[in-house]
Ligand binder design. Sequence first.
Ligand code: PNW
Length: 490
Amino acid sequence: MNTADLPVSKLPKDFLWGFATASFQIEGSTDVDGRAKSIWDDFSKQPGKTQDGRNGDIATDSYRLWKDDIALLVKYGVKSYRFSISWPRIIPLGGRNDPINPKGIEWYSNFIDALLDNGIIPFVTLYHWDLPQALHERYKGWLNKDEIVQDYVRYARVCFEAFGGRVKHWLTMNEPWCISVLGYGRGIHAPGRSSDRHRSPEGDSSTEPWIVGHNVILSHANAVKLYREEFKETQGGQIGITLNGDWAMPYDNSPKNIAAAQQAMDAALGWFADPIYLGRYPTFLKKMLGDRLPDFTPEELRVIKGSSDFYGMNTYTTNLCKAGGDDELQAKVIYTFTRPDGTQLGTQAHCGWLQDYPDGFRALLNYVWKRYRMPIYVTENGFAVKNENSKPMKEALLDHDRVQYFRGTTNALLSAVVEDGVDIRAYFPWSFVDNFEWADGYVTRFGVTYVDYETQARHPKESAKFLVKVYFPVILLCCFLKVPLATVVP
Ligand code: PNW
């Protein structure tokens, strides 16, 4: 196609870019300034729950080293920074009648001020998996609808009151699918519940993930309702949710595999996006689960439908989908990276679930745009280089596979905007620094910045240089000059 024929779109001049992190993965200092335990403190200290047996006690020490972190963000020239607030620092015991911790508020307040002083826009996640342990012990946390919705909404209120004058971009939840399926289905994330008796002494993978997902949606929607009713007018921010979802591609052209790929989309992404943007659970999910999928009352649905100002997207890979199998947590679909001709979809990452396939990212952006018609904020996207952790630092800094990954995904993003007309407003690679990668411990590194865990020194990798020197300036230029990207992207 001739460039002149392209339906050329432009990036909005307020397009946001920067890097993403989460509290428990970077902060450390888990027992200072009044913080109480989260479910991840407890879970990661049980034997065999993390690959290297390590936990988040120190992580990348960002609670202490925050000034250094901000200096590095400034050096990278980011426009925005996505981080999360730790619920157990703000309300250590978590509940709506439990005391607020002024030290916790003060820390985030200083952090936000310092970002703003440096011209960096804070993009804040309220819940990135560190539920106060007390709530899990008191009433089983996310499983208890009557309690958790009210406690979460009160936590959100405290944050809006304390930070909403300065924070204009809120995410209620990070990845409800991971919270539900990994935490209460597979049991590989906190609180580690599943039907697998080797993993967990309790839990029921056939019901709990769907109950948890349901309660996460309700908590999200009620926090948004609160924001819109009591804060939006004076604070003027935007609020939404971020969902994980990878592109599901049919293994081949057979009707059953084409159907399988759609099932996979419905069960992972549609599970949350359909109620929030369209006002109903996907038909496939209802059919597969029957009464095990809780119903929303009409009144609840009124709160849920339209409860996100944008589509927050976390995405990493593409799965080839084949009909078959009986794993409900995977929509009874078999995932593979091996094509029918035996070749691999893309470069393998350190974690088994991730291969590099940029065309899938572009397809996903188009799918979400067509189906939900919401502006898209890409709030996570990244790659873990194979065996990076076993390499000497000097070699690890030359993260060629991660550079390739970002070259592919950033071009896919630009093509989606320029050629396909998708409305994309933000891009946050995961992650700013190597960090505590949940069940993988510190074995899997996702950072564009290398962290030497002996000294906590930070060293930019080639991928940071690529994004900072090549990609971000191109975006800046396009936004500034208001020219179509096609004219400047190599
Ligand atoms: C996301 N999976 O988690 C999280 O939002 C981050 O905290 C995390 O560090 C990042 O992606 C990299 O893993 C995921 O098994 C964890 O498919 C696991 C999966 C997907 C996302």
